[in-house]
Write a protein that binds this ligand. Sequence first.
Ligand SMILES: C[S@@+](CC[C@H](N)C(=O)[O-])C[C@H]1O[C@@H](n2cnc3c(N)ncnc32)[C@H](O)[C@@H]1O
Length: 276
Amino acid sequence: MTYEESAVTRTIDRLLNDHQHELDPSADGALDNLDQFHIGGAEAVERLIPTLALTPGDIVLDVGSGFGGPARQIARRTGNHVVGVDITPAYVEAARDLTARAGLSDLVRFHTGDIADFRPPDPPGAFGAALTMHVQMNVRDKTTWFRHIAQHLAPGAHLAVWEICQPYEAELPWPTPWSLDGTDSFIVSADTLRADIENAGFTATDWANESAWVKDWITKTFANGLPPGPALPMLLDDGYTRVINYATALTDGTLEIWRGCFTKNDFAKNDQVTSS
Ligand SMILES: C[S@@+](CC[C@H](N)C(=O)[O-])C[C@H]1O[C@@H](n2cnc3c(N)ncnc32)[C@H](O)[C@@H]1O
């Protein structure tokens, strides 16, 4: 199985100690190479933030929050509270550790578990927006999974996604960042993913192929080789092979990246319209 690195917090501690003179974990952007577990890094999160349409007081739900990079970035930029949910206990522990180092524990918190079992203290529908970045490719029944997300959102709330899709049937180069051998990978086409999300009770307001932007980002980011300092592949088993395989598949078009903004349907309103 993937996501079995159990000593992430210890690895982070060692990396940050080794670089303590040139890296202040509380500085905006300092951890960007380490804690953004998706293609496009912090710049991808910047593209999603406006689509969340946040107003003051909205609480944001980050589903599959990983090491917490996107959650912390959103809290920093907007001042909104963010709640991350992730199925991997060691990742949640690392996310909490990095959040404390960043001085953001008052704004950002994390729960361990699947969204299907998530029972927050906040009432159902309490979240004003949600995002999920590079998670659904590990989920077989996507409509049910997105329906669980919908249950936590207020009607009209925005859901932002940054997702991997496969335009045509092709063998993928394992291992990848989300799957070591392909047995826990459930990648679908962009049309299928959009339909699965809409069938879960959302309406798409934006659905864009970002593959060209991602290719430019890969070229720009790695133009001078690997960025210096602590980097995400150092936290992952076989990390560099996984990241290189993924970048290759994105560059040759075997995989695509799609960005979506969806609005949660207001079923109560629809019912009223139907019955009047
Ligand atoms: C590729 S990482 C992305 C992390 C984060 N969204 C980011 O972009 O930095 C995928 C994450 O999804 C989590 N995950 C996988 N399946 C999940 C599920 N059913 N519910 C919640 N989290 C899940 C994994 O533990 C992992 O942290």
